[in-house]
Ligand binder design. Structure first.
Ligand SMILES: [Zn+2]
Length: 220
């Protein structure tokens, strides 16, 4: 059975370009249970103020799907920015699948957030590159936005797959134009690595691409 993907609206925030951006997470239901990809916004109040966050609790967003946090068996964080792992603490019963390089980056670069999220007590499953998480659901390492960014790939029965791109591209435009010289602020911490990652995603030919900060779905 092909995994079913449902999008959550978790928040909106003011992007570095001054526009309002949505924040989406995704529930992927597979025969063995439900996986949550990214948990939404959280963090110290000054961070939420800086980004003008209008927040929702992830539990409320799940209730729209007639689900509760207890229904989530495992969490995948595409990366450890405050708008993607901010409500991880709601899922203390679940393991968090994260790239080891990303947890290292957060510890190094964002000590305040690292401490705020209480990551010492979280149950991490640390990944080193591409990995199958459950049958039909994989992560691929896509460094560039952050050092340990990963995307999620959900395979249908016919070999086609959906890609949850995380912040490997903020919008369909960045996804379509990896060579563009004009990247939005924050899109890439390492531009050559970011371009390589977007090109790698193109080469995989996903049937549909779902974004965290844009509501359009790119079909190919
Ligand atoms: Zn983001």
């Amino acid at each position: 059975m092909a995994p079913q993907i449902r999008r959550l609206h978790l928040a909106s925030l003011q992007g570095l370009d001054g526009a309002r951006w949505p924040v989406h997470g995704f529930v992927v239901t597979h025969p063995g249970g439900a996986v949550l990809v990214d948990t939404g916004v959280g963090g110290p109040q000054h961070v939420l103020d800086d980004w003008r966050v209008v927040n929702r609790s992830v539990a409320d967003a799940l209730a729209d799907l007639n689900m509760s946090p207890a229904d989530i068996g495992l969490v995948i964080n595409t990366h450890l920015h405050f708008d993607h792992c901010g409500q991880n603490a709601v899922f203390r019963h679940a393991p968090f699948y994260v790239q080891r390089a990303e947890l290292d980056r957060m510890r190094r670069e964002s000590a305040e957030l690292y401490d705020w999220f209480g990551f010492m007590n979280a149950r991490f499953e640390l990944l080193d590159g591409d990995a199958e998480i459950v049958p039909g659901l994989e992560v691929i390492a896509t460094p560039g936005h952050t050092a340990g960014h990963q995307c999620v790939l959900a395979r249908g029965g016919n070999g086609a797959f959906d890609l949850l791109i995380g912040d490997a591209a903020y919008t369909p435009r960045q996804y379509a134009e990896p060579a563009s010289e004009r990247l939005p602020a924050g899109q890439a911490s390492d531009v050559p690595a970011w371009r390589d990652s977007v090109r790698r995603i193109h080469a995989l030919r996903p049937e549909r691409v779902h974004f965290c900060h844009h509501t359009d779905i790119v079909h190919s």
